[in-house]
Design a protein around this ligand. Sequence first.
Ligand SMILES: [Ca+2]
Ligand SMILES: [Ca+2]
Ligand SMILES: [Ca+2]
Length: 401
Amino acid sequence: HGGAIPPEISNNLKQLNTKVTTLGNQVTELQQTVQTVSCSSDPCQNGGTCLNLLNSYHCLCPSSWAGANCASDVNECQTFEGTLQGCQNGATCVNSPGTFICQCSPEWSGNLCTVRYDDCRNGGQDLCVHGLCIDSDRVVSGQPKYQCICESGWEAPAGNPACVSDVDECNLPTKPCSSNPPVPCYNTQGSFYCGACPAGWQGNGYSCQDVDECLTNNGGCSTTPMVQCMNTMGSFHCGPCPPGYEGDGRTCTQSNICSSNNGGCHPLAICSSNPGSAFPLCTCPQGYTGNGYGPSGCTQISNICETNNPCVNGHCTSTTSGYICNCNPGWQGIHCDQNINECLSNPCQNGGTCTDSVNGFTCTCTAQWTGPFCQTQQQGTKKLVGVKQNFNKCHKKRDWR
Ligand SMILES: [Ca+2]
Ligand SMILES: [Ca+2]
Ligand SMILES: [Ca+2]
């Protein structure tokens, strides 16, 4: 063996080698072309899922990326605007590659600004102390905001929303305790209380009502004898003891009205109590007369008729109050000392002149007339001297008619 390779064969080999190399390059090229249209080249970016298709592929992109290979950012601020997936409650949306950020308004928090700050729960403590916490919308970011509705009896001091100041109810313009009658007010932390109603009043101290003492046992006023009980606001009083009794109205004792000043009777009168009357019985002693009351209540029965008869022309009769004069005919006056003028009735007729006398009168007639009253014309021509006549039984004018 050892013979040289014929040149024709050597040339064929060379040509074959070239062809194979060219074919290999073409295969590699072909492989590369095939790879770029399949998932084996891992074409989907940003976590996209690759699906192999015939001579092709498809990327399933996450929501925040888009494009054939999930290489372009989704602007969520635009796509989610006005939807529940976007920023809520007035937040400002800021887009960034692969995501977006919500810059919340002060009251809100959370990724999409959907969580309200409840400033009453923050800190886990009772922010209002003696009050009900009401959450408010934050105005400045990071600054909690709330208000306190204080329980009665508490208030929030200036500059502090918490209800930690006691209300001094006793110094309020409207007094909480009774003012008529006045009742003391006592302030306490968170409250107050009123003192008791004063005597004569009932109630809780916030208000007091008058006690009508007269409703029970006549208020303690006397019932034998009965005395009127008079109720007043906060008290009562007893009327006066009835006549014939003395005392303060609670106790009335039968008064011995005669014990002082002889009961108002005349000093000489006999005083005796008169049940049921404010006045005693006053009886003048023997020989005296009168109603017995007062300094002139008894007067001595007069014996003046015997000792010094005051009746000048009449008969004296003693009476309980003095004496009476029964005048003799022709006399009048209390003491029968006035002579009755019988001429006053002008009894003399025909121009006769009347002359008064005791219990009678005398007519002095003119020459032509005669008779006791000058009523008879003279017979003949003789002049008659006037005749004096006494008319003892006729001293009253009407007796002549
Ligand atoms: Ca984005
Ligand atoms: Ca108080
Ligand atoms: Ca009362």
